[in-house]
Design a protein around this ligand. Structure first.
Ligand SMILES: [Zn+2]
Length: 501
């Protein structure tokens, strides 16, 4: 007995080198499921200052935090010089289908993302229970939760006849579908009121559906009706929906996307702060880029895509075609990656004429149309969290770079935020938004979703030219106590869970 203990203890105390870790992860899968990360600076997710502690994981749970020595059989990781944080929770993620086809999700876990909330912008799986069951049957590296989409239920009820306000009966049927989705495990309602299906909905319609989500303590997360010239009205509408439906409301990827509204971040902040002061639970998320990705049509708010005057105004609003970059251009693939100004010139056309020629195609664009001072104002607000609007296979660099970009550029280089505050915006703040009580913090009893990273080197490497280049600086990622990422490699573990409410 005595000998066995001493032998076990000696094994535990032998620090595992990075090179040996892979062999242990796969080779010892049937042995102790306990991990001890020693000597790392703990960013616990609450925003509290960093402190050095040993973090022990047993099974899928954080078992101790403090000065305990490793126990017999523990797999020990030397965290000296590194930061350990709760896994990042991405509340705007487009991996709805991507995590089924690419269950490794390297672009996500290399950033330290351990939970994605899918079904954004009003578009979700049509059947929530079936979607979650499929994820459980075929798990990914990371956890997934979903919203139920406004546009999804709208087309289920209205079919192709959605270019009008819904009738009362139709709204009631949509609300019943939201109710079903919430019962099946959705975390709330998403909307995309700037997009074609959602844009025909009245505020009253959205309030009715938000009430159905609120009845199950869901959240309302919205790509708001406008992010340009009438953005203030769209912010007010979001606040009104939150207030009238008594639901936590979130402005997703908050932005000021045309030059006419640049510099007005403080006005948005003032609207939100005033609402919060009177008890409306309004928050926002932002991705750390000055460019957005969408389709060509969103540039023209009045939807007159072939009217030269409307198109000219739309292009003027974004500073001209040089600020519009194509990500998808079915009839002219040779201009993918090029700017609208370049493509028009190559075709011997003016920018307006070229726009009209491609207006009815399925054209994807990146708009380089935001200002850094606005982004800084948003990021400094305590109620603004980090979210990517990316996901598996995304063609915008945010899909592979968002979280390390915030830590490398906005924390380390530009010092907009302290490291603990940035981590809070990636962990406990989104967890609280979703009502995830057992994730988003490093506390005893929480699920062991953890990220071990080097604060001196963490940074994004994805660009508009190479949007899926993996981020750097994340050493090890655990999901539910199992390592899924170590030293630049996805492991064979697929411990991600489908989260329901
Ligand atoms: Zn969106």
């Amino acid at each position: 007995m005595h000998w066995t203990n001493r032998y076990g203890l000696a094994t535990a105390l032998a620090m595992v080198g990075w090179a040996g870790l892979g062999a242990l992860v796969t080779g010892a899968a049937q042995e102790s499921a306990a991990w001890m990360i020693t000597g790392a600076q703990v960013a616990d997710g609450t925003g509290a200052p960093l402190r050095v502690a040993n973090v022990r994981v047993v099974g899928d749970t954080i078992a101790s935090i403090g000065s305990d020595a490793p126990q017999a059989g523990d797999r020990v990781v030397d965290g000296a010089g590194l930061v350990i944080a709760p896994g990042f929770i991405d509340v705007h993620n487009h991996s709805t289908d991507g995590i089924a086809t690419d269950r490794a999700a390297a672009t996500q876990i290399a950033q330290g993302i351990t939970t994605v909330l899918v079904g954004p912008d009003g578009s979700s799986p049509p059947a929530i229970a079936a979607y979650l069951a499929a994820r459980r049957a075929s798990p990914a590296t990371l956890n997934v939760a979903t919203l139920i989409g406004h546009a999804t239920v709208r087309t289920q009820v209205m079919g192709e006849d959605y270019r009008r306000p819904a009738t009362q009966d139709e709204v009631a049927r949509m609300a019943a579908l939201v109710d079903t989705g919430m019962r099946e495990g959705a975390f709330g309602l998403s909307s995309g009121l700037e997009y074609v299906v959602g844009s025909y909905a009245t505020t009253d319609e959205v309030v009715a559906l938000a009430k159905a989500a609120a009845a199950h303590r869901g959240v309302y997360i919205s790509h708001i009706r406008d992010e340009a010239d009438v953005v203030m009205d769209a912010v007010k509408e979001t606040i009104a929906i939150g207030e009238r439906a008594r639901i936590p409301a979130q402005i997703t990827h908050v932005k000021l996307g045309t030059i006419g509204v640049w510099g007005k971040a403080r006005e948005v902040v003032a609207l939100v702060e005033a609402a919060r002061a009177r008890g409306v639970d309004v928050t926002a998320d932002a991705y750390p880029y000055l460019a957005w990705q969408s389709n060509l049509k969103v540039l023209v708010p009045n939807k007159r895509y072939t009217d030269p005057a409307s198109v000219k105004e739309a292009l003027d609003d974004v500073g001209g075609g040089r600020n519009i970059q194509f990500t998808r251009l079915p009839r002219y693939p040779q201009y993918q990656g090029k700017r609208l100004s370049e493509a028009a010139a190559a075709e011997g056309l003016g920018e307006v004429d070229f726009f009209i020629r491609i207006a009815e195609d399925e054209v994807g664009i990146i708009g380089h149309t935001m200002s850094e001072p606005d982004l800084e104002v948003f990021y400094r607000q305590p109620w603004v969290m980090v979210a990517s609007d990316g996901g598996v296979g995304n063609n915008h660099p945010r899909g592979a770079g968002t979280f390390p970009r915030v830590l490398g550029r906005f924390v380390r280089e530009q010092q907009w935020l302290s490291l603990p505050e940035a981590i809070r915006k990636m962990t406990s703040l989104p967890a609280a938004r979703l009502g995830l009580a057992d994730r988003g913090r490093i506390v005893v009893g929480a699920k062991a979703d953890l990220v071990l990273f080097d604060p001196a080197t963490i940074v994004d490497r994805s660009t508009f030219e190479v949007p899926r280049a993996l981020a750097e600086g994340v050493r090890l990622v655990w999901v539910n106590g199992e390592p899924v990422w170590r030293e630049g490699q996805v492991t064979s573990a697929r411990p991600g869970r489908a989260l329901g409410r």
